[in-house]
Design a protein around this ligand. Structure first.
Ligand code: ZN
Length: 175
């Protein structure tokens, strides 16, 4: 196992497992598939099941450092890999799409926030956005999706700031 310091992480890379949504796959199943492809073990750090449960891949339990994964060629020593179960259908296994369930999306948002707390400054990218990647993975524009999530998250704060500003104006008027 090789590790790199937390400070090396600049990307959180989103993947799909490219497994048909009609079938259930666990991190253990992906582990078997990746070993068959010659990896030492599952290449991702996290695996998000269709029901939103999160399973562990590569080791992130050591403080201050992370186990280098095998999910984004060229950036493995500076990225955390998050994979969601699914991404294709049995009928059309060659066309990737955003098959995330609402539970998967919620779990992914929470997990990304946790990862950004641990790896400050790490940006969210889809596998296909990475330099040199020739893949459809993860089947959607992860950069735009995350920007949208952030925008929505900040809206209530902005609204609260406006309300506070108005209230403080009234407060001033009363004194
Ligand atoms: Zn991928």
């Amino acid at each position: 196992m090789s590790y790199a310091p937390n400070s090396a992480v600049t990307y959180i890379v989103i993947h799909y497992s490219a497994t048909p949504v009609e079938v259930d796959f666990t991190a253990a199943d992906i582990d078997v598939m990746h070993r068959e492809r010659g990896f030492r073990e599952i290449g991702y750090h996290w695996f998000i099941r269709k029901d939103g449960s999160i399973e562990v891949g590569r080791d992130l339990s050591k403080p201050g450092r992370f186990e280098i994964g095998a999910h984004s060629k060229g950036e493995n020593d500076q990225s955390i890999g998050i994979c969601f179960e699914g991404g294709v259908t049995r009928a059309d296994p060659n066309t990737g799409f955003d098959s995330r369930t609402p539970a998967q999306k919620r779990a992914m948002i929470d997990l990304i926030r946790k990862m950004q707390a641990r790896f400050p400054g790490a940006v969210v990218r889809g596998h296909r956005d990475m330099p040199g990647a020739a893949t459809q993975c993860p089947g959607f524009d992860a950069t735009a999706w995350w920007d949208e999530v952030q925008r929505k998250a900040h809206k209530p704060n902005l609204l609260a700031a406006i309300i506070n500003a108005i209230l403080s104006l009234f407060g001033k008027g009363r004194t």
